[in-house]
Design a protein around this ligand. Structure first.
Ligand SMILES: Nc1ncnc2c1ncn2[C@@H]1O[C@H](COP(=O)(O)OP(=O)(O)OP(=O)(O)O)[C@@H](O)[C@H]1O
Ligand SMILES: [Mg+2]
Length: 340
């Protein structure tokens, strides 16, 4: 099953050709970081315009790298998949319309994919023998969720963030510290030379249920820098390391507690924050200690890209078939995880 997948939910325009969910024949990602970095965050209108400018190029390029053109497309592609939500309304529309147009011209089935499932199943690309049940931990720019995945497409959400997502917290912290966008990778890098014990940030909602809350941490950071001038690069590294430690420890603690309470032997990570070097290390170390298997996507599949959408689409069609009414499919910016 060869799928042309298209992803435009936020600030990456991406297309990929994915065979059987795991063989990435091509993956093109056009990032808009340069456009949004001067605003320290994604500007929705600029994101939509940029998707519009780049969508044809990424589709053509991904097909070309997979040795496909519009003459042999019908023979080589079995279905078209697209991110139907959640995400920025205008950004989603571009990928949705492009996918519908291609599917309609070539009479191919269309598969709508929930972006969160793209992150959740991105581990599968390199670990296709691992099936649910497992604990899914989605940590991205817009989401922080822990979910019991009972089967592919069958979920019990345990906890979500009540305010900022983990990635959003990193991005906002970077802005407070005068660092550039996106803040997650920069804070991660700065933290490597820092002392995580300099500031004892509270670990938010640690013992209270499964939900997360990171906005108070950001306010605590703001208060710290208002009352303590940043003296040196080392001091800045210490602040970054302390902030990173608080976020990572909170996520790791809740995930392992959930795995224990619900007797799950596998934990799967997904989303941009799973690229964080400390989170990868702590999950693996704790996994060894508590005998829980940890599956983390390759770095290239942590942040948004169409290959993870192609992978999720493959798993979805395996269970649900290809019976979507293409004409009626639409995008939904507020889409949540739902069972199929
Ligand atoms: N090494 C890292 N450490 C921490 N955060 C990181 C790292 N690398 C990327 N991130 C964060 O990941 C986020 C982007 O991830 P992703 O592309 O999955 O999010 P998104 O698509 O914007 O949000 P969502 O998937 O929730 O809609 C950014 O907030 C970025 O700062
Ligand atoms: Mg994402």
């Amino acid at each position: 099953m060869d799928i042309l997948a298209i992803e435009t939910s936020c600030d990456e325009t991406s297309a990929a050709v994915v065979s059987n969910g795991t063989n990435i024949k091509s993956m093109i990602v056009s990032s808009q970081i340069k456009i949004h970095s001067k605003f320290s965050g994604v500007v929705p209108e600029l994101a939509s315009r940029s998707h519009m400018e780049n969508i044809n190029f990424v589709i053509h390029q991904s097909l070309s790298e997979a040795n496909i053109d519009f003459n042999n497309f019908s023979k080589k592609i079995d279905a078209v998949a697209f991110t139907s939500g959640p995400g920025l309304a205008g950004a989603l529309l571009i990928g949705t319309i492009a996918s519908k147009a291609i599917a309609s011209v070539y009479k191919k089935p269309l598969i709508p994919v929930n972006h969160l499932e793209g992150h959740l199943y991105s581990y599968y690309i390199n670990n296709s023998s691992i099936y649910p049940p497992f604990l899914g931990v989605i940590i991205s720019g817009g989401h922080t969720e822990i979910i019991i995945v009972e089967k592919f497409g069958k979920y019990k959400t345990l906890g979500i963030t009540r305010d900022d997502a983990a990635g959003e917290a990193f991005d906002k912290a970077a802005k407070i510290l005068g660092l550039s966008y996106p803040g997650g990778p920069i804070i991660d890098e700065m933290s490597k030379n820092g002392d995580p014990t300099l500031i004892q940030f509270t670990r938010p909602l640690l013992k209270n249920g499964w939900d997360f809350s990171f906005s108070g941490l950001k306010t605590a950071l703001l208060n710290y820098v208002k009352t303590n001038q940043i003296k040196s690069k080392k001091h800045l590294s210490d602040i970054c390391a302390s902030f990173r430690q608080a976020i990572v420890e909170t996520i790791v603690f809740k995930a392992f507690k959930a795995a224990k309470v619900f007797n799950l032997k596998n934990i799967v990570l997904g989303g941009g924050v799973s690229a964080n070097s400390l989170i990868r290390k702590m999950f693996i170390n704790n996994g060894n200690k508590y005998e829980v298997n940890i599956f983390i996507p390759a770095l290239i599949h942590c942040t948004d890209n169409a290959a993870i959408i192609g992978c999720a689409a493959y798993l979805k069609q395996k269970k649900c078939g290809l019976n979507y009414n293409s004409l009626q499919l639409k995008s939904d910016p507020s889409l949540t995880l739902y069972n199929w």
